[in-house]
Design a protein around this ligand. Sequence first.
Ligand code: AMP
Length: 310
Amino acid sequence: MGVLIVGTIGLDTVETPFGKKNEILGGSAIHAGISSSFYADTAICGVVGVDFPKKHLDFLKSKKIDISGIQVVPGETFRWSGYYEYDMNQAHTRDTRLNVYTMFDPKLPEKLKSAQFVFLANLDPELQLKVLDQLEKPTLVAMDTMDFWINNKRDALREVIKRVDFVLMNDGEARHFMETPNIPIAAKKLLKLGAKAVIIKKGEHGALLFTDKLHFSAPSYPQDMLRDPTGAGDSFAGGFMGYLAKTNDMSEKNIRRAIIVGSVMASFNVEDFSLDRMKRLKHEEIFTRFDEFRCFSEFESLSEKEAKNV
Ligand code: AMP
């Protein structure tokens, strides 16, 4: 098993300056799972109600995603509704209906317990802890969260952070959770809670990696096609985890590459609503954009002579 992703599977109602879509496929596990599936065998664990359209499960199967960890139970599927204004880095939640997630007991099928790469996508941190308890010996575990859980389940969230390798958060959430306006300080505080590495996602402005020893900054992409930023963070995480699972190389050099792969996947996901762009995405396009990212941030050192004149 390559990558196991546990998170929400839902129906989103999204409004952006480019239109409004009702009840489209969404959820943190879906965006992350589809992105990861470009690189590695991927399994999704979550819950849906009996109202969840079968075509969405068929879509996951068509991408060869293992859905044995998706429970279908009586009740209504998770729903999130939100809107974006011209600053599309900021999602405004109108409504969150946890529905079947209030009764969700994430029991991993036996074969998923041995997953080597595990992403605990945005989900109730108490459920994230239940998943952590079932894992056998993962190589790498990463987690994500959002304001909703920072406000409602702060202590459980701290517990999860203690037990994972990578913490992924967007800049606003990290500031809010660590109660500081300063991102490097927020990252340091997250490391102090027990995470081995922290990735701060800054929407269209790139991503930052912090560990005790190193710092890396992924460039922003000049995104001229941006229709719906929902799921950008999750597709980042899915690409990051999928690439690490595929290469099975945890060197610093490869982690930097994985962060760029994550950035590439997020940059595609935001080009259309729901998973529409990911459905059309081709591997050649990923390769070309990866190289564009490299060129944007490549520059040479100053020579000794030049350095004296700066
Ligand atoms: P993001 O990558 O942060 O844009 O994640 C977007 C996805 O998160 C949407 O498709 C929503 O269905 C899902 N979502 C929204 N609120 C929550 C929540 N409180 N917990 C878990 N998932 C959520």
